[in-house]
Design a protein around this ligand. Structure first.
Ligand code: SAH
Ligand code: SF4
Ligand code: F3S
Length: 478
């Protein structure tokens, strides 16, 4: 049963926003400036999307934004729990904030997201990080106005990390980080319980948004000039199963494909066990759906896949890829891989390498297994040493780097359509954008092209990106 947050509750939160707004106005009068907020996001696109909601609420309340923790009146970290290093980073940052807060005690520090949905983490924060004022879990995001009001009124530490299967909240403000591209959550939570993964515990059960809410949101985005949307969910292939009998992800994609103004539709993440022939057909038929797919396989050994509770074999995975390539020959593929799952042997690992060679992904996201408290795999023993695991990880990267480079080389000399994201992060004189297949293309050009589609002639392929020059045909608006 999907629980939608009631209209009354949303109205109640809006009343808290109004209350905070009055405070912010008084602050502006006494300080000669609006109060400043800093947000930082760790983890996946789902979290990025949640941060856009947090920023939407803060903006509605009257905050302006800064990137400088020393200048911020409120800092909110939206945290991730998927691997230990994501959590370590946040603890590191909290250490730095402690010093800043000693000099400016009125500063408010808030933590939210997946990491604080775990009891052992919140306990540690309460004990050792007493300078944190506000802790709210993934299920309390829509209550941010009320919680923030509580901090402003009382000054006591406020914690809301109720355990829950989760809700859906519609109608709260969003502040998007990009004008031409947008993430749209179509569902929340996960029911798969892969044995290594913390996500189902911190994000609750799978719950789908109503199709009219999703379509309405995307139509609004398109009207505002957004041309690329990425539909988000931990397993988008099971969209709708909890609320509809005869409406699934393929149907949703077809409906989004009809929305005027959009040019590119993407989606993450697909789970191989639920990736259907119907979806392959839908991807092939819908013109705006990008010829690109992220399909995590995690490991190549059938025994490890069973231990991971993934619900497919290596051969079943390869078979889906074969069918996909047969229908969409130029499809670009990416995946997630875990190296060093507890019981993995060197022999198992060779099966992972075999999948890389057989599929030839355009790029991969590879992770060394990280033990997550409370997950079934945390109880398993390791076969390989840390050293063996790191050696395997390096070998995996080496092989994939070769394949990525080979796949990029194909584009040298071609003219490709690129949606310009902005100035390149590595070279301030270059613009950076992405092709339909998500490959990054860097090229010289004026900033005025940001957010537009241009044609670029690829001059040089690297492992992770392509270099090019604007082609004579110039702008690729249709
Ligand atoms: N729902 C998505 C993404 C989940 S998290 C999916 O199923 O693909 C993103 C990736 O993090 C996973 O695909 C997995 O490769 C990795 N991951 C999850 N838990 C991990 C752990 N305990 N250690 C290392 N990597 C992990
Ligand atoms: Fe984690 Fe598996 Fe769910 Fe992905 S499908 S979020 S890896 S439990
Ligand atoms: Fe991390 Fe939570 Fe996403 S654990 S990967 S931010 S769902």
């Amino acid at each position: 049963m999907t629980v939608t947050v009631s209209k009354e509750e949303i109205e109640k939160q809006k009343a808290f926003i109004y209350k905070i707004k009055q405070r912010c106005k008084r602050f502006a009068v006494s300080h000669g400036r609006s109060p400043l907020a800093l947000t930082e996001t760790y983890g996946c696109q789902q979290n990025e999307n949640d941060t856009e909601r947090i920023r939407g609420i803060l903006e509605e309340c009257g905050f302006e934004f800064t990137g400088d923790a020393n200048a911020a009146d409120i800092v909110i970290y939206n945290t991730c729990a998927v691997r230990e290093n994501a959590e370590q980073k946040v603890f590191g940052r909290l250490g730095i904030l402690k010093h800043i807060k000693e000099a400016r005690p009125e500063m408010i520090i808030g933590l939210c997201g997946c990491m604080v949905q775990q009891a052992h983490i919140t306990e540690r924060i309460r004990e050792k990080y007493s300078h944190v004022d506000l802790i709210f879990g993934t299920h309390a995001l829509h209550k941010l106005p009320e919680l923030l009001c509580g901090v402003l009124d009382g000054g006591n530490k406020i914690v809301d990390i109720q355990d829950s299967d989760g809700f859906i909240a519609e109608g709260l403000p969003v502040k998007r980080s990009d004008k031409s591209k947008a993430w749209v959550s179509i569902m929340y939570g996960c029911n798969n319980f892969c044995t290594y993964c913390i996500v189902p515990y911190v994000r609750g059960r799978e719950r789908s948004r109503r199709r009219e809410d999703i379509i309405g949101e995307i139509k609004g985005l398109a009207a505002d000039g957004v041309t690329e949307v990425t539909l988000l969910g931990q397993n988008v292939n099971s969209y709708g199963k909890d609320i509809y009998e005869d409406y699934d992800f393929s149907e949703l994609l077809k409906a989004v494909n009809e929305i005027e103004g959009l040019r590119r539709i993407r989606f993450v993440t697909s789970h191989p066990k639920d990736f259907s022939d119907k979806l392959i057909d839908t991807m092939a038929e819908c013109k705006k759906v990008c010829r690109q797919l992220h399909l995590p396989f995690q490991a190549g050994s059938d025994r490890v896949l069973r231990e991971m509770n993934r619900g497919y074999t290596k051969e079943e995975y390869l078979d889906k890829i074969r069918r996909l390539k047969a229908r969409i020959p130029d499809i670009a593929l990416s995946t997630d891989v875990i190296v060093g799952f507890p019981t993995e042997t060197d022999e198992d690992f060779l099966e992972t390498l075999d999948v890389l060679e057989k599929v030839r992904f355009d790029n991969i996201f590879s992770f060394i297994y990280s033990r997550r408290e409370g997950t079934p795999a945390a109880k398993l023993d390791f076969v390989l040493s840390d050293e063996d695991i790191h050696r395997n990880f390096d070998r995996l990267l080496e092989i994939q780097n070769r394949i990525s480079k080979e796949k990029n080389l194909v584009f040298e000399g071609q003219v490709v359509d690129v949606l310009v994201d902005g100035v390149s992060k590595t070279d301030k004189n270059m613009l950076s954008g992405r092709m339909e297949n998500t490959k990054i293309v860097n090229f010289p050009g004026p900033k005025s092209l940001c957010g537009r589609y241009v044609r670029v002639r690829v001059t040089e392929a690297h492992t992770w990106s392509l270099n090019g020059v604007l082609a004579d045909e110039g702008i690729a608006e249709d």
